[in-house]
Design a protein around this ligand. Structure first.
Ligand code: AOF
Ligand code: ZN
Length: 353
């Protein structure tokens, strides 16, 4: 039942942000009497939809929820209240909701009404599902995923900057899904100048898809008047140094971020994005920014497409500025997942702490 609730929750991967994905199944033993998932911010929560489907059959039933039922009145009413009113006998949650307005208050409300409450069933899967939401609430910063495409010899572009194309069409289409689930797509001014990416999501979008925010780190606002990154339906935010002089006619959304030693304070960049309710940041950029994020310990995940081609030893590396000289300095990563995508190999990696 919980596995099913988790699958239902996952259907909203491209539409719920900044809210978490939540699924709910209501059952009597093996018989499911109602189910639902939270599709979009402002729309009913999973439990409410499942209760609606179950109607009077909710009485005496067991509720499987992938997240603690909420206790607050946000854009919608409290789920815990609705569950109490429906007469369900037992609630099994995958995990507590760390959202400050819930954080155990949902469980308390249910227990106070005499409902049996358990939490922790398939918790690891539930946490993985909402890794971005949990990162923002618990750490005050988004989950950072750096996407890179490289050759077999670990190169991302020729010395002259040309990188079109290393990975195949299937890999480039696969990237669209990762962009779509992120709240923001982050790049640097150097990439805007060199590659002129649009950083939009191009695939069969679900109903009412909200395009991710495109974020350009541009200390001197050198790129605000150029680039495909300004075109299309998606919003664009420029982050610049405090002393940058914005052009007088600039209409773009922008914000100043502190600079330390000539480099952006990347932790401050992420804190700013969390304040804007960004759960997952998808980074598509060159070796300099990718390397700086990695060095600062701010990379949670690397999404790496490896193409079976060789670019040679004057081509550019994956992460710049690491400057390691001793084996003891090496940075280890754990391979979380491997998969073939078209002719390429896709790795999901996590830097080790
Ligand atoms: C639930 N069931 O299906 C979801 C929950 O103000 P709102 O309505 O947008 O509420 C958002 C918060 O509610 C969100 O941050 C999270 O803590 C919780 N989400 N809770 O009981 C659901 N989506
Ligand atoms: Zn709720």
């Amino acid at each position: 039942m919980m596995a099913r609730a988790l699958r239902l929750a996952g259907q909203a991967a491209y539409t719920t942000r900044p809210n978490p994905m939540v699924g709910c199944v209501i059952a009597h033993g093996e018989e499911i009497v109602g189910e639902g998932w939270h599709q979009r911010q402002g729309e009913p929560h999973a439990e409410v939809l499942a209760l609606q489907a179950a109607g009077s059959r909710a009485r005496g039933a067991t509720v499987y929820a992938t997240l603690e039922p909420c206790a607050h009145t946000g854009r919608t009413g409290p789920c815990a209240e609705a569950l109490v009113a429906s007469g369900v006998a037992r609630v099994v949650a995958a995990m507590r909701d760390p959202f400050p307005q819930v954080d155990g208050a949902g469980f308390e409300r249910l227990r106070g009404a005499g409902i049996a409450v358990e939490s922790g069933l398939m918790e690891a899967q539930a946490r993985a599902l909402n890794v971005g939401f949990l990162s923002r609430i618990e750490r005050g910063r988004p989950w950072v995923r750096v996407k890179l495409a490289c050759s077999l010899d670990g190169r991302t572009a020729m010395a002259n900057g040309d990188s079109k194309w290393i990975s195949g069409e299937a890999a480039r289409a696969d990237v669209m899904h990762w962009r779509a689930r992120a709240g923001a797509i982050l790049t640097g001014a150097g990439t805007v100048l060199a590659d002129d990416p649009s950083l939009t999501v191009r695939f069969d979008q679900p109903r009412e898809f909200v395009p991710p925010l495109r974020v350009v780190l541009d200390p001197g606002l050198a790129t605000v008047a150029r680039g495909k990154v300004r075109e299309g339906d998606a919003p664009t935010l420029y982050l610049h140094a405090p002393d940058a002089k914005p052009p007088r006619d600039l209409v773009a959304d922008r914000a100043a971020v502190p600079v330390k030693g000539g480099m952006f304070d990347l932790a401050a960049v992420l804190a700013l994005l969390a304040q804007r309710e960004i759960n997952e940041v998808h980074v598509e950029t060159g070796a300099t920014l990718a390397g700086a994020l990695l060095k600062a310990g701010l990379v949670d995940e690397v999404l790496l497409y490896i193409a079976p081609v060789l670019l040679g030893d004057t081509a550019r590396p994956l992460f710049g500025g690491l400057g390691f000289t001793e084996m003891a300095q090496r940075l280890r990563m754990t391979i979380v997942e491997t998969r073939h995508v078209g002719d390429d190999l896709r790795l999901l990696l996590r830097p080790q702490a």
